[in-house]
Design a protein. Structure first.
Length: 102
């Protein structure tokens, strides 16, 4: 377990529950870790999020839509952190991973 802890980035900026989920990624095999790294948001939720973001820019959201948008942005944010963590672990395992510029 000590060797796993040394391979993980600090998880100070996420909730304890999210940190526990991210820590579990270190125990995944390479194929599973690649699946996590390439995961995408549910297409319906993604389309809804984009629609609400567009409408927010035009100041057309109801209070309920603001709440829905925040929920979707939270889902998206957690997914991006999970993907980044998975890519970091893959890179530490010696794989070439996409860079931010790609």
């Amino acid at each position: 377990m000590d060797s796993i802890a040394r391979t993980l980035p600090p998880l100070d900026d996420v909730s304890p529950a999210e940190a526990a989920e991210l820590a579990k990624l270190a125990s995944l095999g390479d194929a599973s870790l690649w699946r996590e790294a390439r995961a995408t948001m549910n297409p319906v939720e993604q389309a809804t999020m984009h629609e609400l973001l567009d409408r927010q820019g035009a100041s057309e959201l109801t209070p309920a839509e603001h709440v829905r948008l925040q929920d979707l942005l939270d889902v998206y944010g957690r997914l991006m952190v999970r993907k980044a963590h998975a890519y970091l672990l893959l890179a530490r395992r010696g794989y070439r991973v996409p860079t931010q510029e790609n």
